[in-house]
Design a protein around this ligand. Sequence first.
Ligand code: UD1
Ligand code: UDP
Length: 366
Amino acid sequence: MKKRILSVFGTRPEAIKMAPLVKEISGRADLEGLVCISGQHKEMLEQVMTCFNIHADYDLAIMKQNQTLYDITCNVIREMEKVLSAAKPDVVLVHGDTTTSYAAAVAAFYRQIPVGHVEAGLRTYNLNSPFPEEFNRQSIGLIAKYHFAPTAWAKQNLINERKNPSDVYVTGNTVIDALHMTVEKDFMHPLLDFTGNDRLILVTAHRRENLGAKMEEMFQAILRIATDFHDVKVVFPIHKNPAVREIADRIFSDCSKIKLCEPLNPFDFHNIMNRAYIVLTDSGGLQEEAPAFGVPVFVMRDTTERPEAISAGTAKLVGTEAETIYREVSRVLDDASEYQKMSLAQNPFGDGRAAVRITDILMNRL
Ligand code: UD1
Ligand code: UDP
Protein backbone atom coordinates (compact mmCIF):
# COMPACT_ATOMS: atom_id res chain seq x y z
CA MET A 1 0.00 0.00 0.00
CA LYS A 2 1.20 3.46 -0.85
CA LYS A 3 2.00 5.63 2.18
CA ARG A 4 -0.26 8.66 2.34
CA ILE A 5 1.27 12.07 3.08
CA LEU A 6 -1.04 14.98 3.84
CA SER A 7 0.60 18.41 3.44
CA VAL A 8 -1.29 21.19 5.22
CA PHE A 9 -0.66 24.90 4.67
CA GLY A 10 -2.61 28.13 4.53
CA THR A 11 -0.52 31.24 3.95
CA ARG A 12 1.60 32.55 1.08
CA PRO A 13 5.04 31.71 2.50
CA GLU A 14 4.08 28.20 3.57
CA ALA A 15 2.66 27.50 0.12
CA ILE A 16 5.82 28.76 -1.62
CA LYS A 17 8.05 26.63 0.58
CA MET A 18 5.81 23.54 0.47
CA ALA A 19 5.35 23.70 -3.32
CA PRO A 20 8.64 21.95 -4.18
CA LEU A 21 7.88 19.23 -1.63
CA VAL A 22 4.32 18.69 -2.87
CA LYS A 23 5.72 18.31 -6.38
CA GLU A 24 8.48 15.93 -5.28
CA ILE A 25 6.09 13.71 -3.30
CA SER A 26 3.64 13.55 -6.19
CA GLY A 27 6.45 12.28 -8.43
CA ARG A 28 7.24 9.26 -6.23
CA ALA A 29 5.46 6.03 -7.19
CA ASP A 30 5.43 4.65 -3.61
CA LEU A 31 3.79 7.70 -2.07
CA GLU A 32 0.35 9.24 -2.30
CA GLY A 33 0.49 13.00 -1.77
CA LEU A 34 -2.58 14.91 -0.61
CA VAL A 35 -2.85 18.66 -0.07
CA CYS A 36 -5.07 20.48 2.40
CA ILE A 37 -5.16 24.29 2.38
CA SER A 38 -6.64 26.10 5.35
CA GLY A 39 -7.33 29.24 3.35
CA GLN A 40 -5.89 31.38 6.19
CA HIS A 41 -4.85 33.52 3.22
CA LYS A 42 -7.11 33.75 0.20
CA GLU A 43 -5.91 35.82 -2.77
CA MET A 44 -2.27 35.59 -1.68
CA LEU A 45 -2.54 31.80 -1.41
CA GLU A 46 -4.34 31.47 -4.73
CA GLN A 47 -1.48 33.35 -6.44
CA VAL A 48 0.98 30.72 -5.22
CA MET A 49 -1.24 27.73 -6.04
CA THR A 50 -1.63 29.05 -9.59
CA CYS A 51 2.04 29.92 -9.98
CA PHE A 52 3.22 26.43 -8.97
CA ASN A 53 0.21 24.65 -10.46
CA ILE A 54 -0.80 22.94 -7.22
CA HIS A 55 -4.26 21.51 -6.67
CA ALA A 56 -5.81 21.25 -3.18
CA ASP A 57 -7.66 18.06 -2.27
CA TYR A 58 -9.21 19.81 0.75
CA ASP A 59 -9.89 23.52 1.37
CA LEU A 60 -10.95 24.63 4.85
CA ALA A 61 -11.70 28.14 3.46
CA ILE A 62 -11.43 29.83 6.85
CA MET A 63 -10.22 33.36 5.94
CA LYS A 64 -12.20 36.38 7.04
CA GLN A 65 -11.25 40.05 7.11
CA ASN A 66 -9.31 41.07 10.22
CA GLN A 67 -9.37 37.51 11.50
CA THR A 68 -8.12 36.92 15.03
CA LEU A 69 -5.81 34.21 16.29
CA TYR A 70 -8.86 32.66 17.96
CA ASP A 71 -10.67 32.50 14.60
CA ILE A 72 -7.77 30.84 12.81
CA THR A 73 -6.89 28.38 15.58
CA CYS A 74 -10.43 27.21 16.36
CA ASN A 75 -11.56 26.96 12.75
CA VAL A 76 -8.49 25.04 11.58
CA ILE A 77 -8.59 22.54 14.44
CA ARG A 78 -12.32 21.92 14.03
CA GLU A 79 -12.21 21.56 10.23
CA MET A 80 -9.05 19.45 10.29
CA GLU A 81 -10.85 16.81 12.34
CA LYS A 82 -13.09 16.10 9.33
CA VAL A 83 -10.19 16.13 6.87
CA LEU A 84 -8.12 13.72 8.96
CA SER A 85 -11.10 11.34 9.23
CA ALA A 86 -11.57 11.38 5.47
CA ALA A 87 -7.93 11.34 4.35
CA LYS A 88 -6.50 8.92 6.94
CA PRO A 89 -2.90 10.05 6.33
CA ASP A 90 0.17 8.13 7.55
CA VAL A 91 1.87 11.45 8.24
CA VAL A 92 0.85 15.12 8.27
CA LEU A 93 3.40 17.67 7.07
CA VAL A 94 3.23 21.24 8.33
CA HIS A 95 5.57 24.12 7.66
CA GLY A 96 7.25 26.72 9.82
CA ASP A 97 5.38 28.81 12.31
CA THR A 98 1.98 30.06 11.18
CA THR A 99 -1.19 29.52 13.14
CA THR A 100 -2.45 27.20 10.40
CA SER A 101 0.62 25.02 10.93
CA TYR A 102 0.26 25.05 14.69
CA ALA A 103 -3.46 24.23 14.65
CA ALA A 104 -3.03 21.51 12.01
CA ALA A 105 -0.27 19.92 14.11
CA VAL A 106 -2.54 19.96 17.17
CA ALA A 107 -5.35 18.37 15.16
CA ALA A 108 -3.02 15.59 13.97
CA PHE A 109 -1.71 15.10 17.51
CA TYR A 110 -5.25 14.63 18.87
CA ARG A 111 -5.63 11.73 16.40
CA GLN A 112 -2.13 10.47 17.14
CA ILE A 113 -1.07 10.88 13.52
CA PRO A 114 2.70 11.54 13.19
CA VAL A 115 3.65 15.08 12.22
CA GLY A 116 6.61 16.07 10.07
CA HIS A 117 7.78 19.65 10.63
CA VAL A 118 9.34 21.33 7.62
CA GLU A 119 11.59 24.30 8.48
CA ALA A 120 11.98 23.07 12.05
CA GLY A 121 14.20 24.50 14.77
CA LEU A 122 14.11 28.24 14.01
CA ARG A 123 14.10 30.09 17.31
CA THR A 124 14.30 33.52 18.92
CA TYR A 125 13.30 32.14 22.35
CA ASN A 126 11.23 35.32 22.78
CA LEU A 127 7.53 34.45 22.77
CA ASN A 128 6.62 38.07 21.95
CA SER A 129 8.88 38.36 18.92
CA PRO A 130 7.80 37.26 16.45
CA PHE A 131 4.29 36.94 17.88
CA PRO A 132 2.67 34.43 17.77
CA GLU A 133 5.11 32.58 15.50
CA GLU A 134 7.72 31.74 18.16
CA PHE A 135 5.03 30.01 20.22
CA ASN A 136 3.69 28.25 17.14
CA ARG A 137 7.01 26.76 16.08
CA GLN A 138 8.05 25.70 19.57
CA SER A 139 4.66 24.02 20.01
CA ILE A 140 4.93 22.22 16.67
CA GLY A 141 8.39 21.08 17.73
CA LEU A 142 6.85 19.51 20.82
CA ILE A 143 4.38 17.54 18.72
CA ALA A 144 6.45 16.61 15.68
CA LYS A 145 7.95 13.18 15.13
CA TYR A 146 10.16 14.21 12.19
CA HIS A 147 12.04 17.51 12.31
CA PHE A 148 13.35 18.84 8.99
CA ALA A 149 15.80 21.57 9.98
CA PRO A 150 17.02 23.89 7.23
CA THR A 151 20.46 24.48 8.76
CA ALA A 152 22.87 23.01 11.31
CA TRP A 153 22.04 25.89 13.68
CA ALA A 154 18.34 25.00 13.61
CA LYS A 155 19.21 21.34 14.23
CA GLN A 156 21.32 22.31 17.25
CA ASN A 157 18.38 24.23 18.75
CA LEU A 158 16.28 21.07 18.55
CA ILE A 159 19.02 18.91 20.04
CA ASN A 160 19.38 21.43 22.87
CA GLU A 161 15.63 20.95 23.47
CA ARG A 162 16.27 17.22 23.89
CA LYS A 163 14.67 16.06 20.65
CA ASN A 164 15.88 12.62 19.62
CA PRO A 165 18.89 13.32 17.33
CA SER A 166 17.86 10.49 15.01
CA ASP A 167 14.58 12.31 14.28
CA VAL A 168 16.27 15.61 13.38
CA TYR A 169 17.56 16.06 9.81
CA VAL A 170 19.41 18.95 8.18
CA THR A 171 17.84 19.27 4.74
CA GLY A 172 18.38 22.84 3.57
CA ASN A 173 15.45 25.19 3.15
CA THR A 174 12.87 24.35 0.49
CA VAL A 175 12.68 28.06 -0.35
CA ILE A 176 15.91 27.64 -2.32
CA ASP A 177 14.26 24.79 -4.26
CA ALA A 178 11.37 27.17 -5.00
CA LEU A 179 13.76 29.81 -6.34
CA HIS A 180 15.15 27.23 -8.75
CA MET A 181 11.60 26.89 -10.09
CA THR A 182 10.89 30.61 -10.53
CA VAL A 183 13.98 32.58 -11.41
CA GLU A 184 14.66 33.32 -15.07
CA LYS A 185 17.51 35.03 -16.85
CA ASP A 186 15.41 37.07 -19.26
CA PHE A 187 12.72 38.67 -17.19
CA MET A 188 10.79 41.82 -17.95
CA HIS A 189 8.12 43.59 -15.93
CA PRO A 190 6.51 47.05 -15.87
CA LEU A 191 7.86 47.56 -12.33
CA LEU A 192 11.38 47.29 -13.74
CA ASP A 193 10.46 49.96 -16.30
CA PHE A 194 9.37 52.16 -13.39
CA THR A 195 12.77 51.66 -11.75
CA GLY A 196 14.72 52.26 -14.96
CA ASN A 197 18.42 52.76 -14.23
CA ASP A 198 17.79 53.78 -10.63
CA ARG A 199 18.62 51.54 -7.69
CA LEU A 200 15.62 49.43 -6.73
CA ILE A 201 14.71 49.05 -3.08
CA LEU A 202 12.18 46.25 -2.65
CA VAL A 203 10.02 46.56 0.47
CA THR A 204 7.60 44.23 2.26
CA ALA A 205 6.07 44.48 5.73
CA HIS A 206 3.33 42.69 7.59
CA ARG A 207 4.40 41.43 11.05
CA ARG A 208 1.61 41.51 13.62
CA GLU A 209 3.87 42.94 16.34
CA ASN A 210 4.90 45.81 14.01
CA LEU A 211 1.37 46.94 13.12
CA GLY A 212 0.72 50.48 14.41
CA ALA A 213 3.41 52.84 15.69
CA LYS A 214 6.39 50.64 14.73
CA MET A 215 5.19 50.30 11.15
CA GLU A 216 4.70 54.07 10.93
CA GLU A 217 8.34 54.53 11.96
CA MET A 218 9.51 51.96 9.42
CA PHE A 219 7.59 53.65 6.62
CA GLN A 220 8.78 57.14 7.62
CA ALA A 221 12.36 55.91 7.26
CA ILE A 222 11.62 54.51 3.79
CA LEU A 223 9.98 57.79 2.74
CA ARG A 224 13.06 59.71 3.86
CA ILE A 225 15.40 57.36 1.99
CA ALA A 226 13.34 57.68 -1.21
CA THR A 227 13.31 61.47 -0.88
CA ASP A 228 17.01 61.93 -0.05
CA PHE A 229 18.60 59.56 -2.58
CA HIS A 230 18.00 60.85 -6.10
CA ASP A 231 18.87 57.53 -7.81
CA VAL A 232 16.65 55.29 -5.70
CA LYS A 233 13.17 53.95 -6.45
CA VAL A 234 11.07 51.92 -4.06
CA VAL A 235 8.72 49.09 -5.03
CA PHE A 236 6.36 47.92 -2.29
CA PRO A 237 3.89 45.13 -3.04
CA ILE A 238 1.55 45.60 -0.09
CA HIS A 239 0.27 42.68 1.95
CA LYS A 240 -3.51 42.30 1.85
CA ASN A 241 -3.85 43.09 5.54
CA PRO A 242 -6.00 46.26 5.73
CA ALA A 243 -4.01 47.45 8.76
CA VAL A 244 -0.81 47.52 6.65
CA ARG A 245 -2.56 49.19 3.70
CA GLU A 246 -3.96 52.02 5.77
CA ILE A 247 -0.51 53.07 7.03
CA ALA A 248 1.21 52.63 3.65
CA ASP A 249 -1.45 54.61 1.78
CA ARG A 250 -1.30 57.44 4.29
CA ILE A 251 2.50 57.77 4.39
CA PHE A 252 3.47 57.02 0.78
CA SER A 253 0.60 58.33 -1.35
CA ASP A 254 2.31 61.64 -2.28
CA CYS A 255 5.74 60.20 -3.16
CA SER A 256 6.22 59.49 -6.88
CA LYS A 257 9.44 57.53 -6.23
CA ILE A 258 7.56 54.87 -4.27
CA LYS A 259 5.37 52.46 -6.19
CA LEU A 260 2.76 50.68 -4.10
CA CYS A 261 1.22 47.67 -5.81
CA GLU A 262 -0.83 44.57 -5.11
CA PRO A 263 1.01 41.46 -3.87
CA LEU A 264 2.98 39.95 -6.74
CA ASN A 265 2.89 36.31 -7.68
CA PRO A 266 6.07 34.51 -6.54
CA PHE A 267 7.39 34.25 -10.08
CA ASP A 268 7.36 38.04 -10.57
CA PHE A 269 8.39 38.75 -7.00
CA HIS A 270 11.44 36.47 -7.05
CA ASN A 271 12.61 37.82 -10.38
CA ILE A 272 12.18 41.41 -9.25
CA MET A 273 14.09 40.65 -6.05
CA ASN A 274 16.85 39.19 -8.17
CA ARG A 275 17.21 42.63 -9.76
CA ALA A 276 16.84 44.65 -6.56
CA TYR A 277 19.70 46.68 -5.10
CA ILE A 278 18.59 46.11 -1.53
CA VAL A 279 15.60 44.64 0.32
CA LEU A 280 13.91 46.20 3.35
CA THR A 281 11.53 43.89 5.15
CA ASP A 282 10.11 42.44 8.34
CA SER A 283 9.36 39.16 6.54
CA GLY A 284 10.83 35.81 7.51
CA GLY A 285 11.17 34.31 4.05
CA LEU A 286 12.83 37.33 2.46
CA GLN A 287 15.73 36.91 4.88
CA GLU A 288 16.42 33.60 3.13
CA GLU A 289 15.67 34.61 -0.44
CA ALA A 290 17.64 37.85 -0.61
CA PRO A 291 20.93 36.17 0.43
CA ALA A 292 20.37 33.57 -2.30
CA PHE A 293 20.42 36.45 -4.81
CA GLY A 294 23.29 38.26 -3.10
CA VAL A 295 20.95 41.16 -2.36
CA PRO A 296 21.63 42.88 0.99
CA VAL A 297 18.60 42.67 3.26
CA PHE A 298 17.75 45.04 6.11
CA VAL A 299 15.49 43.35 8.62
CA MET A 300 13.12 45.81 10.30
CA ARG A 301 12.62 43.76 13.44
CA ASP A 302 14.11 43.48 16.92
CA THR A 303 14.85 39.76 16.67
CA THR A 304 15.52 37.19 14.01
CA GLU A 305 15.24 33.42 13.96
CA ARG A 306 17.59 33.37 10.98
CA PRO A 307 20.97 34.46 12.40
CA GLU A 308 22.74 32.55 9.61
CA ALA A 309 22.06 35.41 7.17
CA ILE A 310 23.49 37.90 9.65
CA SER A 311 26.60 35.79 10.29
CA ALA A 312 27.04 35.36 6.55
CA GLY A 313 26.95 39.16 6.26
CA THR A 314 24.02 39.56 3.80
CA ALA A 315 21.45 40.58 6.42
CA LYS A 316 21.41 43.34 9.03
CA LEU A 317 18.95 43.56 11.89
CA VAL A 318 17.99 47.26 12.07
CA GLY A 319 14.97 47.31 14.41
CA THR A 320 11.94 49.48 13.78
CA GLU A 321 13.11 52.97 14.74
CA ALA A 322 13.10 55.40 11.81
CA GLU A 323 16.46 56.96 12.69
CA THR A 324 18.33 53.64 12.88
CA ILE A 325 16.78 52.27 9.69
CA TYR A 326 17.64 55.47 7.81
CA ARG A 327 21.22 55.53 9.11
CA GLU A 328 21.98 51.86 8.36
CA VAL A 329 20.45 51.89 4.89
CA SER A 330 22.04 55.23 3.97
CA ARG A 331 25.47 53.93 4.91
CA VAL A 332 25.20 51.11 2.40
CA LEU A 333 23.63 53.31 -0.27
CA ASP A 334 26.47 55.81 0.14
CA ASP A 335 29.37 53.39 0.33
CA ALA A 336 30.03 50.95 -2.51
CA SER A 337 32.54 48.90 -0.52
CA GLU A 338 30.07 48.41 2.35
CA TYR A 339 27.54 47.34 -0.27
CA GLN A 340 29.97 44.89 -1.87
CA LYS A 341 30.70 43.29 1.50
CA MET A 342 27.03 42.53 2.00
CA SER A 343 26.23 41.46 -1.52
CA LEU A 344 29.17 39.07 -1.88
CA ALA A 345 28.23 37.04 1.19
CA GLN A 346 27.27 33.37 0.70
CA ASN A 347 23.72 31.97 0.85
CA PRO A 348 23.60 29.78 3.98
CA PHE A 349 20.17 28.24 3.39
CA GLY A 350 20.70 25.30 1.08
CA ASP A 351 21.39 23.97 -2.39
CA GLY A 352 17.89 23.57 -3.83
CA ARG A 353 17.61 19.84 -3.02
CA ALA A 354 15.76 20.05 0.30
CA ALA A 355 12.51 18.60 -1.06
CA VAL A 356 14.33 15.56 -2.46
CA ARG A 357 16.04 14.97 0.89
CA ILE A 358 12.82 15.31 2.90
CA THR A 359 10.97 12.93 0.57
CA ASP A 360 13.80 10.38 0.71
CA ILE A 361 13.72 10.50 4.52
CA LEU A 362 9.95 10.02 4.57
CA MET A 363 10.24 7.03 2.20
CA ASN A 364 12.75 5.44 4.61
CA ARG A 365 10.87 6.20 7.78
CA LEU A 366 7.27 5.44 6.82
C1 UD1 B 1 0.20 35.31 8.54
C2 UD1 B 1 0.98 34.51 9.60
C3 UD1 B 1 2.42 34.96 9.63
C4 UD1 B 1 3.05 34.92 8.25
C5 UD1 B 1 2.18 35.73 7.28
C6 UD1 B 1 2.71 35.64 5.88
C7 UD1 B 1 -0.19 33.81 11.62
C8 UD1 B 1 -0.74 34.22 12.92
N1 UD1 B 1 0.39 34.77 10.90
O1 UD1 B 1 0.19 36.66 8.99
O2 UD1 B 1 3.14 34.10 10.49
O3 UD1 B 1 4.32 35.50 8.33
O4 UD1 B 1 0.85 35.21 7.29
O5 UD1 B 1 2.15 36.64 5.08
O6 UD1 B 1 -0.28 32.68 11.24
N2 UD1 B 1 -5.76 39.06 3.94
C9 UD1 B 1 -6.54 39.09 2.81
N3 UD1 B 1 -6.22 38.24 1.78
C10 UD1 B 1 -5.19 37.37 1.83
C11 UD1 B 1 -4.39 37.35 3.00
C12 UD1 B 1 -4.69 38.19 4.06
O7 UD1 B 1 -7.47 39.86 2.71
O8 UD1 B 1 -4.94 36.63 0.87
C13 UD1 B 1 -6.07 40.01 5.06
C14 UD1 B 1 -7.30 39.58 5.87
O9 UD1 B 1 -7.98 40.72 6.27
C15 UD1 B 1 -6.67 38.94 7.10
C16 UD1 B 1 -5.41 39.78 7.28
O10 UD1 B 1 -4.95 40.05 5.96
O11 UD1 B 1 -7.53 38.99 8.19
C17 UD1 B 1 -4.30 39.17 8.08
O12 UD1 B 1 -4.04 37.83 7.64
P1 UD1 B 1 -3.47 36.75 8.70
O13 UD1 B 1 -3.22 35.46 7.99
O14 UD1 B 1 -4.35 36.69 9.89
O15 UD1 B 1 -2.14 37.40 9.20
P2 UD1 B 1 -0.80 37.73 8.42
O16 UD1 B 1 -0.29 39.02 8.94
O17 UD1 B 1 -1.00 37.56 6.97
N1 UDP C 1 6.19 37.15 -1.83
C1 UDP C 1 5.47 37.11 -3.03
N2 UDP C 1 4.85 38.24 -3.46
C2 UDP C 1 4.91 39.40 -2.79
C3 UDP C 1 5.63 39.45 -1.57
C4 UDP C 1 6.26 38.30 -1.12
O1 UDP C 1 5.40 36.07 -3.68
O2 UDP C 1 4.32 40.38 -3.25
C5 UDP C 1 6.83 35.92 -1.34
C6 UDP C 1 8.30 36.02 -1.02
O3 UDP C 1 9.08 35.72 -2.14
C7 UDP C 1 8.46 35.00 0.08
C8 UDP C 1 7.13 34.98 0.78
O4 UDP C 1 6.21 35.59 -0.11
O5 UDP C 1 8.68 33.69 -0.47
C9 UDP C 1 7.22 35.75 2.07
O6 UDP C 1 5.95 35.88 2.57
P1 UDP C 1 5.58 36.86 3.76
O7 UDP C 1 6.56 37.95 3.84
O8 UDP C 1 4.14 37.18 3.57
O9 UDP C 1 5.67 35.91 5.04
P2 UDP C 1 6.86 35.46 6.00
O10 UDP C 1 7.96 34.92 5.19
O11 UDP C 1 7.23 36.66 6.81
O12 UDP C 1 6.23 34.42 6.86
